[in-house]
Design a protein around this ligand. Structure first.
Ligand SMILES: Nc1ncnc2c1ncn2[C@@H]1O[C@H](COP(=O)(O)OP(=O)(O)O)[C@@H](O)[C@H]1O
Ligand SMILES: [Mg+2]
Length: 280
């Protein structure tokens, strides 16, 4: 049970006392049910013991609201490409509490595409950061087809299969293909995943006429994606927002921020609240 020492450490690091807390925000979902149960149970017990209101937070909305940890932050309405190990979404953010998913993945998430490709290469999980590291030393010289998915939705499972078949074919001719081409292969994979994400983002911006564009989620830490957003943003006259690295991958600050805006709006949860693994 790590949650008790983690909470103690957080209070110590923040330099505040438990009596100063006005509400308890927690992740209700979506996510792995085991971790959600621990968080929800602890939040409920903590709130009950101190007679504090509870605030439920949606994990993906919190990734978007992580932008409000820093200034300048995006003005509403803005588009947010939210990319993580479990999600790939283009979100129209009208307000702190009003978000609409315009497009999302029909199968694997972008982070999953990085992680599964990394596994093919024998890299440790989560492989996203490692693929990124190798990619920065390589040239994207292996071409992979762009998935043809209508609208603003995504699909990464076909792409993952084409990476697999490509590697199989190359290794038949050269058993050391991976060792000899790690950087270029990672650069090619990363470049294709990034271009799939960017092409849909450009389409969403054109369709909505919105030019304030943000990135969020674990994959927003990807160097290729961060650079592509900047370059494309400059070309198309977007105002772009990329969170600091610490606010890209899962973090508690973003749950606190989302909780803060719900607190201001008076949106509280009941003690009977339960976690939800899948939450639209
Ligand atoms: N630099 C990076 N390049 C590509 N993917 C990355 C990078 N850093 C993290 N990721 C990916 O982000 C995902 C984790 O996202 P995160 O939001 O922290 O967790 P979760 O998906 O559990 O909510 C993993 O798939 C990981 O490989
Ligand atoms: Mg996440």
């Amino acid at each position: 049970m790590n949650i008790v020492p983690v909470v103690e450490a957080a209070f110590a690091q923040a330099g505040i006392d438990k009596t100063e807390v006005s509400a308890v925000a927690f992740t209700r979902g979506p996510g792995l049910i085991g971790s959600l149960i621990v968080g929800v149970s602890f939040a409920k017990a903590f709130a009950l013991s101190r007679n504090l209101p509870l605030i439920e937070v949606h994990h993906m909305q919190a990734h978007v609201l992580a932008h409000f940890a820093d200034r300048p932050h995006p003005q509403f309405p803005f588009l947010c490409l939210t990319v993580s190990g479990g999600h790939t979404q283009i979100v129209l953010v009208r307000d702190y509490h009003d978000m609409e998913v315009l497009g999302q993945t029909l199968d694997d998430a972008a982070g999953e595409a990085f992680d599964k490709t990394g596994k093919l290469l024998g890299l440790d999980y989560p492989a996203g950061p490692l693929v990124d590291k190798w990619a920065q030393q390589g040239t994207p010289r292996f071409p992979f087809p762009e998935p043809q998915i209508p609208g603003l939705d995504f699909s990464f499972s076909g792409l993952k299969t084409s990476f697999l078949y490509f590697l199989r074919e190359q290794r038949e001719a050269d058993p050391d293909f991976i060792a000899n081409n790690m950087a270029d292969f990672c650069a090619s994979v990363q470049s294709r995943i990034v271009s799939v994400l960017m092409n849909k983002l450009v389409k969403a911006a054109a369709q909505t006429g919105i030019t304030t564009i943000a990135l969020a989620g674990g994959v927003a830490a990807n160097s290729g994606l961060r650079q592509a957003l900047e370059t494309t943003g400059q070309k198309l006259g977007w105002q772009t927002f990329i969170p600091a690295m610490a606010y890209c991958t899962d973090n508690a600050a973003m749950i606190g921020i989302a909780g803060y805006y719900k607190y201001l709006a008076g949106q509280f949860a009941e003690q009977t609240v339960t976690p939800v693994a899948r939450w639209g």
